[in-house]
Design a protein around this ligand. Sequence first.
Ligand SMILES: [Zn+2]
Length: 403
Amino acid sequence: MLGKQGWRLFTNPNTLVARLFKARYYPNTSFAEAQLGSNPSYVWRSILAAQPAIRQGSRIQIEGGQQTTIGSAPWLPDMDNGFITSNLPASISSASVDSLMVPNQRRWDFDVVDDIFNTRDRDLIRRIPLCSRVDKDNWFWLPDSKRLFSVRGCYRMLDTMHPPPSSSAWRKLWLLPVPAKVKNFLWRAMTNVLPTGDNLLQRRVEVQASCPICHTSSESVFHVLVTCPFAKACWISSVLGFNGSCVSFVHWLEDMFSCRNIDDCSLSAMVCWGLWLNKNNKVWNDVKGRVQNVVNSAGQNLFLWQQARKSVLVPPNLDSAAHGSVRWLNPSIGWVKCNVDAAIDHSRGLISDFIAAKSDILPGSFEAREAEALGVKEALSWLKKFAFHFVILEMDSLQVFNA
Ligand SMILES: [Zn+2]
């Protein structure tokens, strides 16, 4: 509902309420560029939540051009972005649009327009018709067929700007060779359910809304993991680089998944996880992290986890070989092979091992491998009497060369 208030602040900046908000929260800019600021009220936070949609859907129909500022109003006839994208000096940016027209004539001054705007802005300005009647510039809501703003239209615009992740992004996420906790973290980031400042405030939890690292913007998932100056420095110093062309975290991650290989995607997931831990460390322990630590830890943790996973995958094959799936083969000529096995009676605390033609009962409570090792020890001490040398030892099999 407060989206409508945002629309009023944007389109009627001279009302008393608009001037109060401007004096308090954005004295030097317009509503379109306003930030959350320090100690924002609940109402201001709620209004600002609709700001991206209002920026995206609002447009000005240029009539006289006196009321519209060149650099801070959406007056270009472009579906995606109605704002000027040229780099303009402050004096031109703050001037009104009618200063781009030939004085006393209802036509654009193409010499001026061509001189100060980039190609995109220049072409769009040339497409704006100017009627002979000088009238007040009018605001309208671009997505609506009748050009009227509505709360429903604002919600629709917000949905369009934050589409749910595609199924291919989910698939790629679940296939990433990273720890399960990191996949779970990314899943929560993609569905925007992480306990960031803005999400907690929406649920009426009284927390500091601004980012605890940079204190210059509200703490959203996208800000903490991508656009925060600290996060940006981490991405730049990593091999992945910084991608600043995205409008949401989902958009950013899908972009990463679609054009990077599996190693880069895994590393990006680990860097995101490291940035989140770093942010939590600042909130809970007041410890300010370092860029190199976050980046290096991400790479090292990924490497160690992948190495540990490889070593864990090997033992099942050894186990199966050690427990009878290997065929017995005759020893080579001059060698004696002793097979050792053990039976364990945990209830009585006894083990039984078999050495050549001998069976013994030994006191103790051991695991299978320890018991078999004791059997090997007994076999070695027995064979020693016959001066056997050059022992090759496996857990279930002992081969001794008779020198
Ligand atoms: Zn920040």
